[in-house]
Design a protein around this ligand. Sequence first.
Ligand code: SAM
Length: 200
Amino acid sequence: MSFRSRFKTSFSHNDFYRPFLLRQVPPGARRALDVGCGTGRFAHLLATRAGHVDAVDRSAEMISAGSPAPNISFAHADIRDLDLTPGYDFISCIAAIHHVPFGPTVTQLRDALAPGGVLAILGLSRYTLGHLGIDLVAFCPNKIRQLQAALRHPEPRPPAPVMDAQLSLAEIRAQARTLLPGARIRSHLYWRYSLIWVNA
Ligand SMILES: C[S@@+](CC[C@H](N)C(=O)[O-])C[C@H]1O[C@@H](n2cnc3c(N)ncnc32)[C@H](O)[C@@H]1O
């Protein structure tokens, strides 16, 4: 891969927020679910913090590029078709919620949580004027991180299915107010928001 392509693709805005997401896993978590797991890289990290991880993705290509682990069950499925067995202590959904209808999917994931369980979404919202400020502030740090990542010679990753986000952050906040009261929603630097909800 040329340096130019490495520069363009090596810094993953999603991966950057993985430590933040891992900090949301409740201590002693037994069952976790990663929705839209891609090749399962986050599921592997999650498997160090939870007894068992279910990892679901509707792309056969993504799932088949993942490597197995004794406490991860990979499923090639559309999350909307799954009848989830409730009782998850942690459910993550990284850069995937905008691929599915927000309201019905967060309801499905919310209802699958155990008492005290945590739903952690890292998402993309529709580009609005509000993003202009982020574009300005994030430009330089993003370039520096792209350079650092490109210099590290990362292994190439299969390109993930992508889709434009339909909902603005304001629309996401409005739906979350009803469906996930008390959810903490934050806008992050690298064009992502997080939504953390605890089934208190
Ligand atoms: C941008 S990728 C993110 C992959 C992974 N979470 C990561 O951070 O590397 C979005 C993933 O969501 C998956 N996806 C989209 N719609 C889905 C659905 N309805 N059910 C399960 N997975 C879905 C896609 O196949 C894709 O792998």
